[in-house]
Design a protein around this ligand. Structure first.
Ligand code: DOR
Ligand code: ZN
Length: 346
């Protein structure tokens, strides 16, 4: 097969930032995704519906031409998020979720949650209104190894949460371990997961190949090969609880190539092509359409997109860098040759 046509996919987990970076990265997403769940971890974070709608406006203004991109906005959950704000969000058609960052877990998570049990009334309002909780699933305890933080989070936070609020819709974002896959599979239908292209493509050796590789550092951090295999099995399984979310997270090259480089891989320029490659390498190209275009909308209660896009088998070289104003971004697979490419719109 040299050509794949599918309903235009959506990206169910994306960082777009704001200002110059937003303007520079948005075309890489709109070329192949019609909608995206936009993460709220800006500085300052997006904590109110009004801020989310203003940010949405910036995104639409930054879109190239008349691309029709539909940003699906989220709120950043803090210790101070009220049930009223949740109800306002649930009543607003452009708001689609509330993001839980445990305080200190990742980039711009300083305003995140310090005690989830104290937020019960807010979480109850989400369960009542059907507004999903989008979870960065890692504990932050200094004595838990960085590679174990997701597995421990399941036991310490997620299982008790789902038991306490069985009606709450939960997306376990960017799952990286076999434990997370097993947890989502055995959870009720209101619990789903996104899977990134980079966690399907790379295991943790990629961070250390011939030296320290800051562009392969993200959170949750890359895991062992056996976990990557569990993610691939989940993504190609045809189980509708697992769907596409890139977690594309651009940072200026200078902030990545630093004594304390920040977490995040800028995957949008190659993400759909990498998913296609991984599915093909595992004999499952026929499963790509459901994973990329159908299971996400099904979980979020949205229609499948009516536009189509086409991927062509065509070798192309990923640029080493992408300019973002005065800064450079280094995309996932920089300088490498990929064998699928999204056909540009005619
Ligand atoms: O690698 C990551 N980068 N993981 C996150 O959770 C946040 C993201 C970012 O915003 O850069
Ligand atoms: Zn993210």
């Amino acid at each position: 097969m040299d050509k794949i046509s599918l309903p235009k996919p959506d990206d169910w987990h994306l960082h777009l930032r704001d200002g110059q970076i937003l303007e520079s990265v948005i075309p890489a997403t709109t070329r192949c995704f019609h909608r995206a769940i936009v993460m709220p971890n800006l500085i300052p974070p997006i904590t109110t519906v009004d801020q989310a709608l203003e940010y949405r406006h910036h995104i639409i203004e930054a879109c190239p031409g008349d691309c029709g991109f539909d940003p699906l906005m989220t709120l950043y959950l803090t210790d101070l998020t009220t049930p009223d704000e949740v109800r306002r969000a649930a009543a607003e058609p452009h708001l689609h979720g509330v993001k839980l960052y445990p305080a200190g877990a990742t980039t711009n998570s300083e305003s995140g949650v310090t005690s989830l049990p104290d937020l019960m009334p807010t979480l109850e309002a989400m369960a009542e209104t059907g507004l999903p909780l989008l979870v960065h699933g890692e504990v932050t305890d200094a004595d838990i190894a960085v590679f174990d933080r997701e597995a421990v989070f399941i036991e310490h936070v997620l299982e008790p949460l789902i038991e306490a609020l069985p009606a709450l819709k939960v997306v376990f974002e960017h799952v990286t371990t076999s434990q997370a896959v097993e947890f989502v599979k055995s959870a009720p239908a209101n619990v789903a997961a996104t899977v990134t292209a980079h966690h399907l493509l790379l295991n943790r050796n990629a961070m250390f190949k011939g030296g320290i590789r800051p562009h392969h550092y993200c959170l949750p951090v890359l895991k062992r090969e056996q976990h990557r295999q569990a993610l691939i099995a989940a993504a190609i399984s045809g189980n509708s609880k697992f769907f596409l979310g890139t977690d594309s997270a651009p940072h200026p090259r200078s902030a990545k190539e630093s004594a304390c480089g920040c977490a995040g891989m800028y995957s949008a320029p190659v993400a759909l092509e990498v998913y296609a490659q991984v599915f093909e390498d595992n004999g499952a190209l026929d499963k790509l359409e459901n994973f990329a275009s159908r299971y996400g909308p099904r979980f979020y209660g949205l229609p499948v997109n009516s536009q189509n896009i086409t991927l062509l088998r065509k070798d192309w070289q990923v640029p080493d860098t992408i300019q973002a104003g005065d800064e450079e971004l280094v995309p996932l697979c920089a300088g490498e040759t990929l064998s699928w490419r999204v056909q540009e719109e005619q």
